[in-house]
Design a protein around this ligand. Structure first.
Ligand SMILES: [Zn+2]
Length: 263
């Protein structure tokens, strides 16, 4: 699949207000001090990302960095020679994806694919790098964000190797809910299977078990979390560990509110 470029939303009346709302919609950007915000704001462009959109492929120069808005989730996907694809991390409105870890226009190692569509702000990575050179606090924030992104990936190595599928499935559902602020997730079982790196039939069986226990409901490409507390109890420790690390390393980036379905 080749990378398809998303089109910038055309400026309209009230575009400035829309841009400010978009800025507030990303928790990493919303945490910026006014001086740092002023460095980035003129270069951020609102875009709409669609489901399945590939932002970059392995080997591409990462010339753009994306800050997802409410409801948007981008996955970092590792492609294997046998055609299988496995997710290494997901990024929502708490973070950014692009020239974060590599600090510049370096080739991408994994594919970045939009899993849940929605708004985002986009910046040329070179502009972001320039702003980081001009502000130590901005550079520090992105450095700490790179650390929590790495923590998510490192935790997944142990998780994929050692934790049972049902616990891993619960972990990814909780993580996805954290990204979207909603009890309902527009996630198909195919997408969940890709997240977990297993065949869809295994995911179907695990989802059925979680449904029978009253933790989730699903249908028509959507998964609804019915009992967050019990889903947390069913998950391995990885979700809580990554979340706690994020809150320790980036205390100024407010955590997602926990939303529970009304049934
Ligand atoms: Zn785990």
């Amino acid at each position: 699949m080749s990378a398809m470029k998303s089109e910038a939303t055309p400026p309209a009346a009230g575009g400035r207000v829309a841009a400010q709302r978009a800025f507030a919609g990303n928790r990493l950007l919303a945490s910026l001090k006014p001086a740092d915000r002023a460095l980035l704001e003129p270069h951020l462009e609102p875009v709409s990302l669609y489901q399945g959109e590939v932002l970059f492929e392995p080997g591409d120069d990462v010339t753009r960095t994306y800050f997802p808005g409410p409801g948007t989730m981008i996955a970092l996907v590792v492609l294997l020679q046998n055609g299988r694809a496995v997710e290494a991390a997901t990024v929502g409105r708490e973070g950014a994806l692009g020239g974060i870890v590599s600090s510049g226009q370096k080739p991408a190692f994994a594919r970045a694919e939009v899993q849940l569509p929605g708004p985002a702000l986009r910046i040329e990575t070179a502009r972001l790098e320039d702003a980081k050179r001009r502000s130590d606090s901005l550079a520090d924030l992105f450095c700490r964000y790179a650390d929590v992104l790495l923590a998510q990936i490192v935790q997944s190595v142990a998780c994929n190797l050692l934790h049972p599928l049902e616990a891993r499935c619960a972990r990814w559902l909780l993580t996805t809910q954290d990204r979207v602020d909603s009890p309902e997730i527009a996630l198909t079982q195919e997408a969940l299977a890709e997240m977990l790196g297993v065949q869809r039939t295994y995911v179907t069986s695990v989802a059925k078990t979680l449904r029978e226990r009253g933790l989730i409901a699903y249908g028509r490409g959507r998964i609804r979390i019915l009992d967050r507390a019990r889903l947390e109890a069913a998950a391995c420790e990885c979700h809580a560990a990554v979340r706690a690390h994020f809150e320790r390393v980036l205390p100024e980036v407010k955590p997602q509110p926990i939303v529970t379905a009304k049934i």
